[in-house]
Ligand binder design. Structure first.
Ligand code: SF4
Length: 217
């Protein structure tokens, strides 16, 4: 049974990978999170050789040791984006700096089988970095983010990923109490910036690691 599920998703990941390659993304396939982390350390890191590294929020990324790897790596300036004692203004300033990193790590809210990235952001630092700024962007993407088309992806993001993320941060938004999107006007609204990335420009700037495992929201 488990093998059948794994095989189903392996094939879905391969189809998706092919579509992303046609759209000029650099694509890697990984059987699990550990394999994805190994790929970053052994393949992407030596190829990019980054001096400045930062990141945008991603549950999948946070489940790896990638950020600590770069925090400790000699010759790397790691730009923190939050943490104890960092005021909101400082966090925003750090996120502005992160847009000039050599290498930026994050996740994505959804992908489509024909090779689009679909994201919805509160601040826009994550969608901003995917779009422009960092020289290289690496996205760690669990198989559960694969959607059949753009409508399904946007539905997934707005009616599943966004409320779950609002619940995760215990925000003062209606969806935290109902699990339904109320298209709110709350100050805490996390649904402010949509991006649909059709192709990587320049080719290969955005590196996608499709992981055959359910990860993140
Ligand atoms: S628009 Fe508001 S209610 Fe809807 S998912 Fe986003 S934060 Fe929640």
């Amino acid at each position: 049974m488990d093998d059948a599920v794994k095989t189903y998703w392996k094939q879905k990941c391969e189809t998706c990978a092919e579509a992303f390659r046609k759209n000029n993304f650099e694509v890697y396939l990984a059987g699990n999170l550990e394999a994805a982390e190994k790929l970053i350390k052994e393949k992407i890191d030596p190829a990019v050789n980054p001096h400045v590294v930062s990141w945008g929020d991603s549950k999948t990324l946070l489940a790896t040791g990638v950020l600590d790897f770069y925090r400790k790596k000699e010759g790397v300036e790691f730009i923190e984006i939050n943490g104890d004692g960092m005021s909101w203004d400082e966090q925003i300033e750090q996120r502005r700096k992160a847009l000039q990193a050599d290498l930026f790590f994050t996740g994505t809210n959804a992908v489509t089988e024909d090779g689009l990235l679909v994201n919805l952001d509160m601040i826009g630092n994550r969608t901003g970095a995917i779009t422009f700024g960092p020289k290289h962007v690496v996205l760690l993407i669990g198989r559960n983010k694969i959607c059949s088309d753009l409508d399904t992806a946007m539905e997934r993001v707005k009616h599943y990923a966004a409320p779950v993320n609002a619940i995760r941060f215990n925000l003062a938004t209606p969806c935290v109490g109902t699990s339904e999107c109320d298209d709110c006007s709350s100050d805490d609204r996390i649904c402010n910036v949509w991006t649909i990335t059709e192709k990587s420009f320049p080719a290969g700037r955005i590196k996608i690691i499709l992981i055959n495992q359910d990860l993140g929201f």
